[in-house]
Design a protein around this ligand. Structure first.
Ligand SMILES: NC(=O)c1ccc[n+]([C@@H]2O[C@H](COP(=O)([O-])OP(=O)(O)OC[C@H]3O[C@@H](n4cnc5c(N)ncnc54)[C@H](OP(=O)(O)O)[C@@H]3O)[C@@H](O)[C@H]2O)c1
Length: 294
């Protein structure tokens, strides 16, 4: 049975992976309490002890604004630790599945980003995630690097939960309408990841050709203002909402430490073609989430 090591089991994506990966093999899942990614020796020890065939790294430093003040920590968790993981994976011939972000792009392209488009991160977070991609690739380990965007779910910290909370506290909300991207339900990301892992597990003949970077994203695009409207419309407990009006505002009038790309839609065709996974429109997943619950 394939042994899979999952890091970041309590995060949005990690939580969902913890539920689905046992279908594919023997899963050992750890969170920050069991393994601190800034302890590089502990990272090495764990991989050497377990000798997994697949390592899935869903752990990351994801506080985009705080990273501007904590560059060293963001780099350690998002770049150095994934590099160490991949080095160890290369030693034992294991695969590394890892997540990266749309924020490695500067947003100037204006049409969906392809995997080979030139990155130009605007923020420390984006730089640290890009450095993580590079660190993994340089080890020569077989890898699946999944860039995704605007992750939400019913756990943790995300835009959907913030909007649901704020709509119960305030009568009007100002929401940015000039950043364009694609929201992704963490459960879909875990399902797509499982599909890719199943492919590399079951097809030894083609698996080495699958190593690479993939854009993992629902279809379509929106902006935060429209996304907020859809969230509030789909909220099954609408009667609890105090909010009567959403006001579109511009990025410039919403102060944040880290500058977001104005356009970060990811072209998902490479992933779909490689792994036979068809992504639905982003808003279908929003409806699925409210229909199915946590
Ligand atoms: N969230 C987004 O909108 C977004 C967008 C694009 C790409 N991504 C990428 O997608 C991946 C998954 O994101 P997510 O939203 O699921 O992240 P998340 O909910 O913020 O979870 C991150 C996990 O990393 C763990 N972690 C943080 N520091 C750690 C450390 N020093 N040692 C060990 N574990 C540590 C956290 O553990 P604790 O909970 O114990 O602190 C947490 O469980 C990440 O690679 C992220 O960069 C996310």
């Amino acid at each position: 049975m394939t042994k899979i090591l999952l890091l970041g089991k309590s995060g949005q994506v990690g939580w969902e992976l913890q539920k689905i990966l046992p279908l594919l093999g023997e899963l050992v899942a750890v969170g920050s309490a069991e393994l601190d990614l800034t302890d590089f020796n502990a990272v090495r020890r764990l991989v050497r002890e377990l000798k997994p065939e697949i390592i899935v790294n869903a752990a990351a430093y994801t506080a985009v604004d705080r990273a501007e003040e904590e560059a060293e920590r963001a780099m350690a968790i998002n770049a150095t630790a994934p590099g160490v993981l991949a080095e160890e994976a290369a030693r034992i011939g294991a695969w590394v599945a890892h997540y990266s972000t749309d924020y490695i792009f500067d947003g100037k392209k204006g049409s969906p980003y392809l995997e080979e488009d030139s990155p130009n991160p605007l923020t420390v977070y984006g730089q640290s995630k890009l450095a993580g991609e590079k660190a993994i690739r340089e080890t020569g380990a077989a890898h699946l690097i999944f860039r995704t965007s605007w992750v939400y779910g019913l756990r943790g910290k995300n835009f959907l939960l913030s909007i649901l909370r704020l709509a119960r506290e305030k009568e009007e909300l100002g929401i940015v309408d000039d950043q364009i991207g694609t929201p992704n339900w963490c459960r879909t990301l875990a399902e797509a990841t499982a599909c890719a892992i199943e492919c590399i597990n079951c097809n030894p003949a083609i698996k080495s050709g699958l190593s690479g970077i993939y854009h993992l994203s629902a279809a379509g695009k929106t902006n935060w203002y429209e996304f907020a409207g859809r969230i509030l419309a789909a909220d099954p407990l609408k009667q609890e909402q105090l909010c009567r009006k959403l006001n579109p505002i511009k990025t410039d009038s919403y102060p944040a430490a880290a500058r977001r790309p104005l356009y970060s839609v990811l072209d998902n065709r490479k992933f779909q073609a490689a792994f036979g996974f068809l992504f639905k429109q982003w808003d279908c997943y929003l409806r699925d989430l409210f229909g199915e619950g946590a």
